[in-house]
Design a protein around this ligand. Structure first.
Ligand code: FO1
Length: 318
């Protein structure tokens, strides 16, 4: 069994190829739910949906989230209420773009949760409906909400930071509300896996919430020799999103060496892009083995090759 620890877009792109390099009954992914939010009364799980939509080739390729051939007619019609809405009201907010096709997923998830289904059960139903052949497991069934404190001391939700403010503001810290009470799912998968791959996701707000779950880090540390991480930072920058800026704003070096310092306790090997191969020895000085290869996943074939590189790095055949 190969267990992939996933956040959003980067992890989804990796899984799109990994699913061709690993037999479906030997692949499971544990996905971040710290981005989850409730909008217009709907339960929304962005990283679960980005993984589901990308792996099933339903994703909108430009945005990297939501569905292809999408329309936002319902969002546009909310503008009718802008002038009548009371100042404090959240009704009719449209800064978080919910496409009309995407709404069907949120309708389904919201009703199933209201009926008492767990997020893991609903995710299994949704991924099956999208024809995904391997297990997609939320990091927990409990509510964990990533909160971001800005440099001015104000605290906002992750989606307000990422979407409403377009992550264009400096942050001071993040916290994961509810994580202390939450029960991690997937620990058994991680304990019994032949290999664990940490996908190229934001170490702070995509992998961070999972690591904050009770026993999550300890489980990885106990299996450290079988854990391979892929750097989401290439040549000092994130390929998409604010991972580099968030790292430096939180006092970490936004480079493969900074990533190694974050991951050294839980992973024995760091896979970096060839653009950073001059930093291999610097990464190894942080106590990790280091391999350079093409990690810019423009195609599913590159993701599949990257999967093979990760697995052969720890001597695991697919
Ligand atoms: N990201 C945006 O940048 N703008 C949006 O309007 C937006 C809407 C949205 C709706 C549903 C969904 O599942 C994801 C959505 N995302 C949007 C992405 C979301 O913010 C993710 O949390 C990020 O991609 C980080 O993983």
């Amino acid at each position: 069994m190969i267990c992939v620890i996933s956040g959003g877009v980067g992890a989804a792109r990796f899984l799109r190829g990994a699913q061709h390099a690993i037999a479906h009954n030997k692949l499971v992914t544990i996905v971040n739910t710290g981005d989850d939010t409730v909008m217009h009364g709907l339960s929304i799980s962005p990283d679960l949906d980005t993984v589901t939509y990308t792996v099933s080739e339903s994703i909108d390729p430009e945005r990297g989230w939501g569905l292809a051939n999408e329309t936002f007619v319902t969002m546009e019609n909310l503008a009718r209420f802008t002038d009548v809405r009371p100042a404090h009201s959240l009704a009719g907010e449209s800064w978080f773009g919910l496409g009309n096709r995407d709404l069907a997923t949120h309708f389904y998830r919201t009703t199933r949760l209201a009926e008492g289904a767990t997020l893991a059960e609903v995710t299994a139903e949704i991924t099956q409906a999208f024809g995904i052949g391997f297990r997609v497991v939320p990091m927990t069934n409990d509510r964990v909400s990533t909160m971001v404190t800005l440099v001015d001391g104000s605290e906002i939700s992750f989606q307000e930071y990422f979407v409403k403010l377009r992550h264009s503001v400096a942050i001071r810290s993040v916290r994961f509300a509810g994580v202390a009470e939450a029960s991690a799912l997937g620990l058994n998968d991680m304990s019994s896996a032949d290999a664990i791959i940490i996908a190229p996701s934001n170490p702070i707000v995509s992998i961070g919430p999972m690591r904050a779950l009770k026993n999550f880090d300890a489980t990885l540390t106990a299996r450290r020799d079988t854990v391979v991480a892929i750097s989401p930072i290439v040549a000092g920058a994130a390929l998409k999103g604010p991972a580099d800026r968030m790292m430096s704003e939180m006092g970490h070096e936004p480079s493969v060496v900074g990533v190694a310092r974050l991951y050294a306790p839980i992973a024995s090997t760091l896979v970096i892009d060839t653009a950073d191969e001059h930093l291999i020895s610097a990464v190894e000085r942080e106590g990790m083995r280091c391999i350079a290869t093409n990690t810019v996943m423009k195609t599913a074939e590159i993701s599949a090759a990257l999967t093979q590189t990760c697995l052969s790095a720890i001597g695991v055949a697919t």
